[in-house]
Design a protein. Structure first.
Length: 597
């Protein structure tokens, strides 16, 4: 039974003899009025009363349009209303009348109809009692007054029931997700609280929270298309939910599964894995042109939470771990709560470091094989937390992206890099510095303007700044990335293609993109003296780069044998521990002067 029908049934069931007695008292229907009503019901002819009633109601039908369903429901209601022998007798008649009236409401009858019907009943009774006589006896007046009070009471009860029904319907609509038709977060929390509060101590209630983190392609879809996507996924998930469990749409790309009849905690994992499999099948099949990351977390009440907030928090803690580890599903355990706290602390420390600019850029020299001198260096991001822990640069970028502060970090990197070039130039060391850009940076149309502003502010020649991009960045949106590269080259900056050879479309990029430098990934360089295949790849990349007129850089050079092979292959620049480890700016200045002054 849905919530509206349940509410209405409760409304009917509570109208017992006590409620009827209260109604009579409210409208002044005492023993004398009841006696008058019973007297009238014994003398009135039912058919004649119905005929008079039909005349009174005829005016309504002349100026209103009534559907076939409404007309049938209204006829049944009026037939019960005209049973004079039951008027005021017991609560059974009022309950029957209320059921028929609520059926009218379901069919679309407006609330005003019950007032018109009660008024017409009273008028018809008056016509049968007095007719056209000019003289009215006191007994007849008493009967009419009693009938009036009765009809007012009936109209009040039925109107109130219609209002309660409307309120219940509105409340139900407010608990339904309008796109998927699933219970929304409000109903999810209400039901979870109700089930946890009423379940026996031995009962278990399972909860699964599943999310889909979409890529840019979905975020740029028109809203109607996003709604259709949500409905498609909701329908697929709904098809695999077992009877008795309840799937809820708790956010735009989030679903929560309530499992009240849980026999074993293992069922939570089974259900979650099934939901994840459904989403993966959609992404591999019908939605293969879209990309998204699926994760789910599960918990069991009351063991992991005896109230809805605590149980949901436990499931979300497990969800966080599933996201961080890349696993499709994780269920809640006491030990993972501390793991999540590590993530929370790391994010808090990161935001603080960004606000206080507590990051560091170190430089790793690059040696030009033609001159034997250090002509350039790569800028590398470092973050040391207050605890002393060092966080790897890729993890720093992922943190900034997840927290939505990557633009702020990128601005700091650009401005700090240009300032370092300015300081080196002032020291008489005009090194060309290379700065890595992220995939998100290459979608930012304002990036070239930011770099131009930095160059102008610090009065730095654009030729001293090289921007490095990876093939991963190109895969996001090659057209937009090409526009950014063209604008950077127009500024006078060099653009390097980093980690070359690890992607899928390298030759196409070299042909279509105005890059000026190739960087051979250290994956191929470190095993150069042991792997014939790596030597062949490195030789081919160097020849290819030179064929396109590009400068070629090899990173990860750690021994003389590797250096010798790269020299023999004609590589232009070498970078690695053989020459120098990454170092702060002040140390680089000392290192440079000790070797090349």
């Amino acid at each position: 039974m849905n919530s509206v029908a349940s509410t209405m049934q409760e409304e009917i069931d509570r109208f017992d003899e006590a409620a009827l007695s209260a109604l009579r008292e409210r409208f002044g229907i005492d023993a004398a009025e009841l006696a008058a009503i019973r007297a009238f019901s014994k003398v009135v002819d039912h058919k004649e009363l119905a005929a008079e009633f039909a005349v009174m109601m005829a005016a309504r039908s002349s100026h209103s349009v009534v559907s076939e369903a409404s007309a049938e429901s209204e006829a049944l209601f009026c037939a019960e209303l005209l049973h004079a022998e039951a008027w005021g007798a017991d609560s059974g008649w009022i309950n029957r009348l209320m059921r028929l009236w609520l059926a009218c409401c379901e069919a679309g009858t407006d609330v005003g109809f019950v007032l018109e019907a009660c008024a017409a009943t009273l008028a018809a009774a008056g016509r049968r009692l007095v007719g056209e006589r000019a003289v009215v006896y006191q007994l007849e007046v008493d009967i009419l007054f009693a009938l009036e009070r009765l009809m007012l009471g009936v109209a009040a009860v039925l109107t109130a029931s219609a209002v309660h029904r409307e309120q219940a319907l509105r409340a139900r609509l407010e608990e339904i997700d309008e796109v998927t038709g699933l219970p929304n977060r409000r109903r999810f929390m209400r039901l979870l609280g109700s089930w946890l509060g009423t379940a026996p101590e031995s009962a278990r209630i399972g909860l699964v929270v599943l999310t889909l983190e979409w890529g840019v392609a979905v975020q740029h879809l028109p809203l109607p298309d996003q709604d259709r996507l949500r409905l498609l996924i909701a329908d697929a998930l709904r098809d695999v939910v077992r009877p008795g469990d309840l799937l809820c749409a708790t956010a735009d790309s989030e679903w929560s599964l309530l499992m009240p009849g849980l026999r074993s905690p293992a069922q939570v994992r089974l259900a979650a894995n099934r939901l994840v499999e459904v989403c993966e099948s959609l992404l591999d099949g019908e939605l293969r042109q879209l990309r998204g990351r699926i994760a789910a977390g599960g918990a069991v009440g009351p063991a992991h939470g005896a109230d809805p907030e605590t149980l949901e928090h436990a499931a979300r803690v497990a969800l966080v771990v599933a996201r961080q580890t890349g696993r499709g599903f994780e269920d809640y355990r006491e030990d993972i709560a501390s793991t999540v706290q590590v993530y929370v602390d790391q994010e808090r420390d990161f935001i603080r470091a960004l606000q206080l600019q507590q990051f560091e850029l170190v430089l790793q020299p690059q040696i030009d094989l033609r001159t034997g001198r250090c002509e350039s260096a790569e800028l590398l991001l470092r973050w040391h937390r207050e605890s002393g822990e060092s966080v790897a640069p890729p993890e720093v970028i992922l943190l900034a992206d997840r927290l939505g502060v990557l633009p702020q970090l990128s601005r700091w990197l650009v401005m700090h890099s240009v300032r370092m070039i300015s300081e080196l130039t002032a020291q008489g060391i005009p090194l060309r510095l290379s700065l890595n850009l992220t995939a998100a940076d290459m979608r930012d149309q304002e990036l070239p303007d930011l770099i131009a502003q930095g160059l102008q502010t610090w009065r730095v020649s654009p030729s001293l700044l090289t921007l490095e991009i990876t093939e991963t960045a190109l895969l996001t949106d090659e057209v937009r990335v090409r526009e950014i590269i063209v604008r950077l080259r127009e500024l006078g900056c060099d653009v390097a293609l980093d980690d070359f050879g690890t992607g899928f479309s390298s030759l196409a990029y070299l042909r279509n993109l105005p890059v000026s430098e190739l960087k051979i990934d250290q994956l191929f360089v470190r095993n150069l003296h042991r792997s014939e295949r790596d030597r062949a790849i490195v030789d081919a990349v160097i020849r290819l780069g030179h064929g396109f007129g590009l400068r070629v850089v090899a990173e990860g050079v750690e021994d003389e044998e590797t250096r010798g092979r790269l020299v023999a292959s004609g590589c232009d620049l070498l970078q690695g521990y053989l020459f120098a480890r990454p170092m702060p700016l002040e140390d680089l200045i000392g290192w440079y002067r000790s070797r090349f002054s």
